[in-house]
Write a protein that binds this ligand. Structure first.
Ligand code: IPM
Ligand code: MG
Length: 351
């Protein structure tokens, strides 16, 4: 369990409490990561933390990133921990399910009838593309400062994430939207060609290709038309935040980052809320723990093969919302907001 920064500790402890309620046999061991580690003079991902991850079956992650580190080089920022964990454990498949809970339609900035019943899944490639490509540097050339990031994909990287997305689509409504920028980018032309190749193995899944700018627009125009959205690392970063807020609160969205545990070849996963550290409300017992709790459910499903308890937790959260329970950001003017801990207790009571 790597709680990290901002609201990370509060929501991760909430998730751990829910996990403990359904699985007394799961041992949660905590370690420092991100700004919480940097503040103690450690690296963003201290060697002891990495060693703990090596010994673990899965990582329950909070969030990392704090305003005071903005502008520092990546290795000195809290986010570097995530960057390393994703890369070193090859967590290439990032699943970000986006669901509007019944009763929360009014909280969305879109019209309730547009988001009612929304249920889509963003499958984001997480270990390639412009995040990791080399060269990646700032330099001075002919007396002028310049900077370069490199967007690069190799066909096998595209193929394996496409397989994950097609398998997800097959288990859902059998529609897959692949998002790229093939009118401009070579990486996108490769992406589209490889996705079309994989599509032949899944004739029961309907495939469409959208350019990323159009996809961004369609997400707010007709979000209900999407089932699985497959896309590369940076487009997925951007589109998944956009998709998340359709639900009314980014505090409700969990994620799973799946891959193999490096040289061991074992399946491994990191589970985290996608919402970020929200430093403005950190330590106030005001954050929405839903995303962290649902991330624990995904951990049960994908890393421990425990579908029954994963589904139980999801039903308990749904029940809490259907019963009108709200944390501050969703209660808004209506009042009656529950604290992080009170909402968590309400979920646990429903288990
Ligand atoms: C995310 C976050 C990360 C990313 C940051 C914290 C490095 O925004 O998980 O979406 O860009 O991938
Ligand atoms: Mg992001």
């Amino acid at each position: 369990m790597l709680p990290g920064d901002g609201i990370g500790p509060e929501v991760t402890h909430a998730a751990a409490a829910v996990l403990a309620r359904v699985r007394a046999d799961v041992e949660c061991v905590e370690a420092a990561v991100g700004g919480a580690a940097l503040a103690r003079g450690l690296q963003a991902l201290p060697p002891e933390t990495r060693a703990l991850c090596d010994r673990s079956d899965a990582i329950l992650f909070g969030s990392v990133g704090l305003p005071e580190y903005e502008g520092k080089p990546l290795p000195e920022r809290p986010e570097y921990a995530l960057f390393l964990l994703r890369r070193d454990y090859e967590l290439y498949a990032n699943l970000r399910p986006v669901k509007v809970f019944p009763g929360l339609e009014e909280a969305s900035s879109l019209k309730p009838e547009i988001v009612r019943g929304l249920d889509l899944l963003v499958v984001r490639e997480l270990t390639g593309g412009i995040y990791y490509g080399r060269p990646k540097e700032q330099r001075r050339v002919d007396g002028v400062d310049e900077a370069v990031d490199t967007m690069i994909y190799r066909a096998p990287e595209v193929e394996r994430i496409a397989r994950v997305a097609f398998a997800c689509a097959r288990a859902r409504r059998k529609r897959l939207t692949s998002v790229d920028k093939q009118n401009i980018l070579e990486t996108s032309r490769l992406w589209r060609r490889v996705v079309d190749g994989v599509a032949r193995e899944y004739p029961d899944v309907a495939v469409e290709h959208l350019l990323v700018d159009n996809a961004a627009m369609q997400l707010v125009h007709r979000p209900g038309a999407f089932d699985v959205i497959l896309t590369e690392n940076m487009f997925g970063d951007i589109l998944s935040d956009e998709a998340a807020i359709l639900t009314g609160s980014i505090g409700t969205l969990p994620s799973a980052s799946l891959g193999t545990k490096g040289s061991t070849g074992r399946q491994f996963g990191l589970y985290e809320p996608i919402g970020g550290t929200a430093p403005d409300i950190a330590g106030k017992d005001a954050a929405n723990p839903t995303a962290a709790i649902l991330s624990a459910a995904m951990l049960l499903r994908h890393s421990l093969g425990d579908e029954p308890n994963a589904a139980r937790i999801e039903r308990a959260v749904e029940g809490a919302y259907a019963g009108g329970l709200r944390t501050a950001e969703l209660a808004g003017k209506a009042g009656g907001a529950l604290s992080t801990s009170a909402f968590t207790r309400a979920v646990i009571e429903r288990l």
